[in-house]
Design a protein around this ligand. Structure first.
Ligand code: IMP
Length: 180
């Protein structure tokens, strides 16, 4: 394990097996359709890359970048789109692919904003779900793992942009936050 880690929450093998299950489930549900996976930069990029390779229906993908308006405004749910989609989603089957749902504010905002553009369908797939921290409801269709209220890094998730490239998901030693 990385020396900054406290313990491995999800091993590389555990993640790979669950991503394959999610891909199979999504492939069954979207049989006969084309899928547009919309992913949020940067954290979900690694999950998206693995997930789309487990999907057997034609799958396109696109990215958005989102930022929240500072910590005080965050509770209002105000988030800003820094990079919008390149493509038109009207009439398409859109699947939002996210790394983790925490308060739910980011996804709640993104789902609302995409719904305005009249997709044929809109569903949400997240690798991780921290339901104990939810502030607004989020309708998750595909959920990789429900995890406790702990800050985790790896497999796309970062702390100050670090640890995204770890192939597993781990918690951090408390000293790492204290040094920051
Ligand atoms: P929400 O709007 O509170 O649901 O925020 C979700 C975003 O917060 C995720 O896309 C992550 O970027 C970030 N986040 C939440 N929990 C964690 C964590 O445990 N590790 C790393 N990033 C996290």
């Amino acid at each position: 394990m990385h020396p900054d880690g406290e313990r491995i929450l999800l091993s590389e093998e555990t993640i790979r097996a669950r991503v394959a299950e999610l891909g199979a489930e999504i492939s069954r549900d979207y049989a006969g359709k084309e899928l547009l996976a919309v992913s949020i930069l940067k954290g979900a990029a690694i999950f998206l890359a693995d997930l789309v390779r487990c999907i057997t229906v034609p799958a396109f993908f696109d990215f958005v970048a989102i930022s929240s308006y500072g910590s005080s405004a965050k509770s209002s749910g105000a988030v800003r789109i820094l990079k919008d989609l390149d493509c038109n989603i009207g009439g398409r089957h859109v699947l939002i692919v996210e790394d983790i749902v925490d308060s739910g504010l980011t996804l709640n905002y993104l789902a609302d904003s995409l719904n305005f553009r009249d997709p044929a369908s809109l569903r949400i797939c997240t690798l991780l779900d921290k339901p104990s921290r939810r502030e607004v409801p989020v309708n998750i269709h595909y959920n990789g793992f429900v995890i406790p209220d702990e800050f985790v890094v790896g497999y796309g998730l970062d702390y100050n942009e670090r640890y995204r490239n770890l192939p597993y998901i781990m918690t951090l030693r408390p000293q790492i936050y204290e040094e920051a």
